[in-house]
Design a protein around this ligand. Structure first.
Ligand code: NAP
Length: 316
């Protein structure tokens, strides 16, 4: 059997790309300087597509791949995949859940500490030599404060566990109460924001959650509150966030994700009460390797006729 043809639409790390190249005829669409030519020459043969979590896959690209069977996402988020289109065409879509949960939750905790205890600011204070002149500012104790989690899924639950261990109170919202969870469910996001000291965004991106955290929600969070986002930039109305920070409507922000990465709204760069990370939620060697292994294992299973290891819930 000849190796199946696979199109690659995102930059992949060598520990995923090299094994893929060993077992598949890979076509590097991401790097190609003549994408229409690549599709015209190879499109009819391509049976698999590998993309990143943040990659947006247009339906026009999929239309040019009539033999496509499976999209394997190197990431848990698949908000860039046109799911309804895939359902209509019977395409399988797999992702890499679970293996990254702990690392992403760690980043959320890091952002709570960096904003709440002012660690990023304190570190700048030492580097700038200011400490030679005066003592550091006092901040607010985290124990006893409330973290409201938007999206208590795998990552949301891991964040809850960690913050609970720090003595924080946990409440959450989502489309429904989660079974077997002792945290308080607050059905309304605005109501959750009103009672939260930290509003932590951990739900999926995509059309259903676009701008869910809007000016009203930020206003309910108020001056006492900090927004933390480790999920997707699209979930927060970014201009409204910038305005809320500029006019003091909210207390601060800790952000790992942005609407138009790697571009960060310029006003945020100058704000002392904002902590900015370059989408590093799952960025450890161990986790990225595990994600790569799972991404390839799904392709391997599909083309060997074995059950898939993961399948997105909408297509299950
Ligand atoms: P998950 O287990 O599917 O959890 C998602 C949670 O969001 C569920 O509890 C779900 O609960 C809730 N939810 C879904 N749709 C919603 C909606 N329309 N409104 C409100 N809540 C909604 O996913 P996960 O593994 O925890 O990952 C969560 C997200 O984190 C991913 O989708 C990805 O975008 C992001 N992520 C970011 C990084 C990073 O590097 N920063 C890394 C990995 C993942 P209900 O079904 O009850 O609503």
């Amino acid at each position: 059997m000849p190796a199946p043809d696979v199109i690659v639409t995102a930059p992949l790390p060598p520990f995923l790309y090299e094994p893929l190249k060993a077992d598949y005829r890979c076509h590097d669409y991401y790097q190609s300087s003549h994408k229409p030519g690549l599709l015209a020459a190879e499109g009819q043969r391509i049976r698999g597509l590998v993309q990143g979590g943040g990659t947006v896959t247009p339906t026009e690209l999929l239309d040019a791949l009539p033999k496509l069977e499976i999209i394997s996402v190197f990431g848990v988020g698949y908000d860039g995949v046109p799911v309804d289109y895939c359902r209509r065409r019977g395409l399988k879509v797999t992702n890499t859940p679970d293996v990254l949960t702990d690392d992403v939750a760690d980043v959320a905790v890091g952002l709570v500490l960096m904003t709440g205890r002012g660690f990023a600011k304190a570190e700048r204070f030492v580097r700038s030599g200011e400490w030679e002149k005066k003592g550091p500012e006092l901040t607010t104790k985290l124990g006893g404060r409330t973290a409201g989690i938007l999206g208590l899924g795998r990552i949301g639950k891991a964040i809850g566990q960690r913050l609970e261990a720090m003595g924080m109170k946990i409440a959450y919202t989502g489309r429904k109460a989660q079974p077997g969870v002792h945290y308080r469910y607050v059905p309304d996001l605005k109501a959750l924001a009103a009672e939260s000291d930290f509003l932590i965004v951990a739900c999926p991106g995509g059309p259903a959650t676009k701008n869910l955290v809007n000016a009203d929600v930020l206003s309910a969070l108020g001056k006492k509150g900090t927004i933390v986002n480790i999920a997707r930039g699209s979930i927060i109305d970014e201009p409204a966030l910038v305005k809320a920070l500029q006019d003091g409507t909210i207390g601060g922000a800790g952000l790992d994700v942005f609407a138009d990465e790697p571009h960060v709204p310029r006003p945020l760069l100058a704000m002392d009460n904002v902590v900015l990370l370059p989408h590093v939620g799952s960025a450890t060697n161990e986790t990225r390797k595990a994600m790569g292994d799972l991404c390839k294992a799904n392709l391997d299973a599909w083309f060997a006729g074995r059950p898939l290891l993961t399948l997105i819930p909408e297509l299950a």
